[in-house]
Design a protein around this ligand. Sequence first.
Ligand code: NDP
Ligand code: TDO
Length: 292
Amino acid sequence: MYKKKILLTGSGGMLGSRVFQELLLNPAYTVFTVGRVSRGENSFACDLSDPIAFADVLESVAPDIVIHCAANVNLGSCEREKAYTYGLHVLSSRLIASRKSIQRSIFISTDSVFDGLEGNYTEKSAVTPLNYYALTKALGEECFFNASHAALVIRTNIIGFNSPLNSSLFEWAWENLAAGKKITGYKNVFFNPLYVGTLAKIIIQLLNSSLTGVVHTGCREGLSKYEFIRKIAEVFELPLDNISGSELDVSEGEIRRPLNTILATRNVENLLGIEMPDITAELMAIKRDSRK
Ligand SMILES: NC(=O)C1=CN([C@@H]2O[C@H](COP(=O)(O)OP(=O)(O)OC[C@H]3O[C@@H](n4cnc5c(N)ncnc54)[C@H](OP(=O)(O)O)[C@@H]3O)[C@@H](O)[C@H]2O)C=CC1
Ligand SMILES: Cc1cn([C@H]2C[C@H](O)[C@@H](COP(=O)(O)OP(=O)(O)O[C@H]3O[C@@H](C)C(=O)[C@@H](O)[C@H]3O)O2)c(=O)[nH]c1=O
């Protein structure tokens, strides 16, 4: 039986590593990965910001399916290293989207493509990126909207352990609270993140669907980042007293950030016949999986 070849980018990352685990469970696929370093068999070392090098990898693997998780998630670095970030988010996407032999692709995008003035964004809402990370992710999306094959863009916000630099919001809050340090949580920034373990399973379901275009994912309820940090403390039994409320001042700092990026998830729920989990369930799943 012919096994479909899947190429996964970002397989060493917080989300990609979970998608990789899910793909390995499926005997119908031969899984190839690409990252800045090779991770063994069927794994290619390539800087995806270099289109010539990435084109070579696509030629060698000749994938039937591509799941594109790789990104530069350090917003400051995106502002400072624009050419690199453009190559990584846009040129790599253009190569995947224009490759005729690919049958199906998924691009992981972000809730940050919106300006955060309204919240509750649907798939029909217009994108209005505020910073270079968000702009290049939105341009990456465009490539997939114009793809020559069945492409799907998944917008999301994610939480979990094991981001390469241990710098995700969840890890930052958890580590500080576990070390007994005081932190402030933004009361004016709202989102509805999903645990990467949950999203990885949803990605596989969407991969096997015929859906194209764009779909939003997220936990059931939106909450402020202050409320989110308090939920971490509750679930992981860490001191609540070390958390105080603050306001993100959008007029300060080199990077403009959106305030309310809550994504409406009705479409994905209807399509897959599921109800998105609430944030407590997601944090409990992180806690459970981190003990394994
Ligand atoms: N983290 C977040 O808060 C959010 C993330 N997203 C999106 O989710 C996706 C996954 O993010 P997340 O898992 O957190 O990211 P991570 O930083 O954890 O992982 C990103 C991966 O991308 C790969 N990568 C980075 N730069 C390059 C490069 N130049 N060439 C090749 N590979 C590269 C890295 O692989 P290697 O180390 O092997 O080079 C790394 O494993 C991204 O598309 C991101 O935009 C969306 C919303 C929120
Ligand atoms: C939320 C928050 C952050 N911080 C500090 C610490 C934290 O590491 C830093 C950045 O916060 P955040 O991670 O929430 O912000 P940010 O880097 O804007 O996160 C973004 O990341 C990219 C990759 C995405 O795709 C977006 O959707 C979005 O989640 O600000 C606080 O001090 N208090 C807070 O309440």
